[in-house]
Design a binder for this molecule. Structure first.
Ligand code: AMP
Length: 308
């Protein structure tokens, strides 16, 4: 099945208690595309960069099988830039700089070869652009997922609420779920958010795992306890890429299969945090991913001999 990914392809500068980077490659679309490329072959990206973006990284995405026809390169313009600093717990961070640059007037182009897309992953981007992509697809995909962040809630909440009505599944973190719903309890937040449009909701809780809600069903998966976490940037996008890549490759959008997708996404996110930026995601082997998924199965599997 085919997957279309939309999202920022960008430069990041990151500071964690373990170190600091200059400008490195980042962007929600980059992380999603790299992560899903391990699951789905027919994978297509819609994004925009400036002429400062390295051809080497574009080639790396191409080598991983990502169709780049929908990637616009704007001559004389600068790529999106984001900078963030993690607190000591590595679970919370502050945004230091957001320079929209090419994203400010991004008009997404959907090439003809993307039109038949079955799965659509709307990565972190202006909600207005995310809605344009849905509208520009002639046929509605089987599943439309969306990720967003506090930045867009702060400056474009009305657009975001409009876009939420057009999607199937929202993938956000706990802080964003609280901001969007105005509720502290994640159960109450999940109820309110699903009344805004999406039937499914995934709430990512960083090192505390991820929750999936649909109807009266809920599922929880832990994050893998890791010895070393260097940089959580992009972990949420990598999760979304693994989740959607898994659903697209298995072509099954049942709640049961979404649970497996959550594990696939969590496994991919566990790789992402082990190195700065996208490095770890660029060269993984199938067996490494398979082993990680099995670690999750082992971590969560138990026999209840007697209940009371
Ligand atoms: P995550 O850690 O999963 O929330 O994603 C971090 C990635 O999102 C970074 O690589 C940034 O380039 C990208 N990003 C940060 N802010 C924005 C924004 N306002 N719009 C789009 N992408 C963003």
């Amino acid at each position: 099945m085919s997957l279309v990914t939309v999202g920022s392809v960008a430069f990041d500068a990151i500071e964690t208690p373990f170190g600091k980077t200059d400008k490195i490659i980042g962007g929600a679309g980059t992380y999603i595309a790299l992560s899903s490329s391990y699951f789905v072959k027919n994978q297509n990206i819609v994004a925009v960069v400036g002429d400062d973006f390295p051809q080497e990284m574009i080639d790396k995405l191409g080598d991983r099988g990502v169709n780049l026809e929908g990637l616009q390169i704007k001559e004389g313009e600068k790529s999106f830039f984001w900078s963030g600093k993690y607190n000591n717990d590595m679970n919370s961070r502050d945004t230091l700089v957001t320079e929209l640059n090419v994203l400010e007037h991004f008009d997404p182009i959907i090439p003809d070869s993307y039109q038949d897309c079955d799965y659509l992953m709307l990565g972190n981007l202006s909600p207005d652009v995310q809605l344009k992509v849905i509208d520009r697809l002639e046929k509605r995909p089987k599943l439309v997922a969306l990720d967003t962040m506090n930045f867009w809630m702060d400056i474009a909440m009305d657009d975001l609420k409009k876009t939420l009505k057009a999607i199937d599944i929202l993938i956000i973190n706990d802080e964003e779920a609280r901001q969007l719903s105005g509720e502290y309890s994640l159960v109450k937040a999940a109820k309110k958010i699903r009344e805004m449009g999406p039937k499914y909701l995934v709430i990512k809780k960083g090192e505390h795992g991820a929750l999936l809600f649909h109807g009266t069903n809920a599922f929880f998966a832990p994050a893998l306890p890791l010895e070393d976490v260097f940089d959580p940037t992009g972990a949420g996008d990598t999760f979304a890429g693994g989740f959607m890549g898994y659903l697209a490759s298995t072509d099954d959008v049942s709640f049961e299969n979404m649970k497996r997708g959550i594990i696939a996404g969590s496994a991919m996110a566990s790789f992402c945090v082990e190195k700065f930026g996208t490095e770890k995601l660029e060269n993984l082997s199938k067996s490494e991913i398979e082993d990680r998924i099995q670690e999750f199965v082992k971590l969560t599997n138990f026999d209840m001999v007697q209940s009371i």
